[in-house]
Design a protein around this ligand. Structure first.
Ligand code: PLP
Length: 258
């Protein structure tokens, strides 16, 4: 059985974070394990509060898992603070993983910070170079590069190439926040770039889309090539968004349907 691990935050409303990752792993046929970095008290209207787990206990969860099982793939999501970022980087240097998908989670759609500003530097310097692929949205890419947010596809591609220079093996630049009838992402690799366009689906229910996409890539990487894993993960996310409105969960930005 393929085992994928997520190191991420808990979303009490079940739509994002660890909960979205585990649903995605299951739907894609891999066994999911989880290390919780923070608890959030949230619902579809937003994040009310965040309680970080100590870096030591994040490490303890990791050791408990790897003392017993061999992992095939890892997704990293919300890390909350610098201590946790450094702890996770050290764990991965000690215990290299076959595939690492780093979702550079910073701010929830409602505006609540899921990563302290001081931790961005540690993500960039310590964690990013260990990643098989990073999956920033436009705001996160700009924050990592201390640049302004990309306003068109040319900017996106340039920033993607700059992020690649920082040492990860590939960058998926998510352009969903650019205007247009399509949602355009760029997969930037040393050997070239691929433009990935998908129809923009009109729905309010997009909570946890970033978590779902990165978890799907992590689930698929042990089974196929990087390009196919990204294409299939996007296909999976598209289906989840297309069926989101059938769920009717909460009063705000609802989850997608796995
Ligand atoms: N809560 C947790 C624990 C998350 O990991 C994330 C995203 O990574 C979110 C909330 C944000 O979800 P969204 O911005 O899709 O609402």
């Amino acid at each position: 059985m393929t085992i994928a691990l997520t190191i991420a935050g808990s979303d009490s409303s079940g739509g994002a974070g660890i909960q979205a990752d585990l649903k995605t792993f299951s739907a894609l046929g891999v066994y999911g394990m989880s290390i919780v970095t923070a608890l959030t008290a949230q619902n579809t209207l937003g994040v009310d509060d965040v309680l970080p787990i100590s870096a030591d206990f994040v490490k303890q969860q990791f050791y408990s898992i790897i003392n017993d099982s061999q992992l095939d793939s890892l997704k990293i999501g919300m890390l909350m603070n610098e201590e946790i970022v450094i702890a996770v980087s050290q764990l991965l240097l000690e215990h290299p993983m076959p595939y690492i998908v780093l979702d550079t989670v910073m701010i929830a759609k409602g505006g609540h910070r899921l990563l302290q500003l001081e931790a961005i530097k540690a993500i960039k310097q310590q964690l990013l170079p260990l990643a098989t692929i990073i999956t920033p949205n436009l705001l996160e890419a700009a924050a990592l590069l201390s640049d302004s947010q990309a306003i068109d596809e040319r900017d996106m591609r340039r920033q993607g190439r700059e992020l690649l220079q920082l040492g990860c093996k590939a960058v998926l630049m998510k352009g969903g926040h650019l205007a247009g009838s399509q949602s355009v992402d760029y997969l930037i690799m040393p050997e070239g770039e691929i433009r990935l366009a998908a129809p923009r689906i009109v729905t309010n229910n997009t909570h946890g889309t970033g978590c779902t996409l990165s978890a799907a890539i992590a689930a698929l990487l042990p089974q196929t090539s990087l390009v196919e894993a990204v294409e299939q993960a996007k296909h999976y996310l598209l289906g989840a968004i297309e069926h989101a409105d059938t769920l009717k969960i909460g009063q705000g930005i609802g989850p997608t349907h796995h």
